[in-house]
Design a binder for this molecule. Structure first.
Ligand code: PMP
Length: 406
């Protein structure tokens, strides 16, 4: 049993004490977005209360304070993911923005017949930008198939790799099923044919502290809102050599060295990829969120969440006709399930009346649903501030919904 003072952690999250439909909120939609601790809310309030100003250009005190705080946040992110250099961290609007930035950059590096590999487990944001890139360049998209348990068919992946492979894109953790993919092995194999690898860490980041140098990832992307931070901000980590090689994504202020109508030269990293006034407060709050999560410790978080996952899996499987999709050995605290022929939406609607928030539908991973030949699932996803008592309430609510609907 993990020694984890969840009751004191819950006090940091004001939203957890609200009620929904007259019942205490049970928030099990953490894979869509996580809740925000007071420490992060305070960082946001502090910014707008004391030093709201535009960054990088001002000589005045407020601008310098805001610039310092924003650049400090970049360093916190660098340290957290163990990037070699702070300028390898590019602030983005989130995972989707980061992926599009990289896909757009590769449009000028790829040619017809080059190959791009993605996995069957991807979120739409790690499928559609590559399809668009293939349309623009004539590159070919290959998809690593998946097994019934939600793991990837690694032998097929190896068979795909050749001198034609230029890029590989895989999520670290699947948001639809919770599967943890063997990304170190995936990266190593891609590098053996000199392909670059982008890891979508959106769903991994709240549970696993990734070390980009140890992984040797070429790109690693996350959204702050999945890890106790605000929406509308995220990170692109890129190896310096790639960020130097890729062209800028957007033009505008902040990203230039000199501008004349004859020729513009681009600013150095990271500014080359950060056109316009960024989400300053969001970046600072992202740093505060990392401080908060690190103060609890990712090893503690992972061990506690694993306990919640095992407990909930066992309890749910006691319900007759309940099927959990993707019961792989390596997974984080996500449970995707259906009961017989009952539509997931109906279960979600009934348990919302009982104060419980889960996600229903395809979870932006339609190919995963197609694999199981289902329109969607009910997805319960846990965070370190959830409890076994909440799981008990949830399981009883699911049983009630089942009785009402069958
Ligand atoms: N990839 C994965 C694995 C995700 O879980 C998500 C968010 N659900 C995304 C990408 C997209 O993230 P965002 O919407 O924050 O850009």
């Amino acid at each position: 049993k993990v020694n984890f003072d969840v009751e004191s952690i819950r006090k940091d999250f004001p939203i957890l004490s609200r009620t929904v439909n007259g019942k205490p909120l049970v928030y099990f939609d953490n894979a869509a977005t996580s809740q925000t601790p007071q420490q992060v809310i305070d960082a946001i309030t502090d910014y707008y209360t004391r030093y709201n100003a535009n960054i990088h250009r001002g000589v005045h005190t407020l601008s310098q304070e805001a610039t310092d705080a924003y650049e400090q946040a970049r360093i916190k992110i660098q340290k957290h993911f163990n990037a070699a250099k702070a300028h390898e961290i590019i602030f983005t609007a989130g995972t989707t923005h980061a992926i599009n930035l990289v896909a757009n950059g590769f449009a000028s590096l790829l040619k017809k017949g080059d190959e791009i590999i993605v996995s069957a487990l991807e979120h739409h944001s790690n499928i559609v930008p590559w399809q668009m890139l293939c349309e623009r360049t004539g590159a070919v998209l290959k998809v690593i198939p998946m097994n019934e348990d939600g793991s990837l068919k690694m032998a097929d992946y190896e068979a795909f790799l050749s001198k034609k492979t230029k890029l590989v894109f895989v999520n670290h953790v699947s948001n639809a099923l919770g599967t943890v993919n063997p990304i170190k092995e995936i990266i190593e194999k891609a590098h053996s044919v000199d392909a670059a690898v982008l890891i979508d860490g959106a769903q991994a980041a709240p549970h696993i502290k990734a070390d980009v140098q140890e992984l040797d990832a070429d790109f690693y992307v996350v959204s702050a809102h999945k890890m106790c931070g605000p929406t509308g901000v995220g990170m692109l980590y890129g190896k310096e050599k790639w960020l130097k090689e890729l062209p800028p994504y957007q033009g505008g202020g902040e990203m230039i060295a000199t501008v004349t109508f004859e020729k513009t030269t681009y600013a150095d990293l990271p500014h080359k990829f950060e056109a316009g006034t960024p989400n300053i407060c969001g970046g600072i709050a992202f740093g505060a969120a990392l401080d908060y999560m690190n103060s609890i410790g990712f090893d503690n978080i992972a061990a506690y969440e694993q306990e919640l996952l095992e407990y909930a899996t066992e309890k749910l499987l006691e319900i007759e006709d309940l099927k959990i999709y993707g019961l792989s050995k390596e997974k984080t605290a996500v449970i995707s399930f259906n009961i017989g022929e009952i539509h997931p939406y109906d279960i979600g609607t009934i348990i919302d009346k009982l104060g419980i928030a889960v996600r229903t539908g395809h979870h932006c991973a339609q190919p995963v649903m197609d694999f199981y030949k289902i329109p969607g699932t009910v997805r319960a996803s846990f965070a370190f501030y959830n409890t076994k008592e909440e799981i008990d309430i949830f399981v009883e609510a699911v049983k009630r919904a089942k009785n009402m609907l069958s």
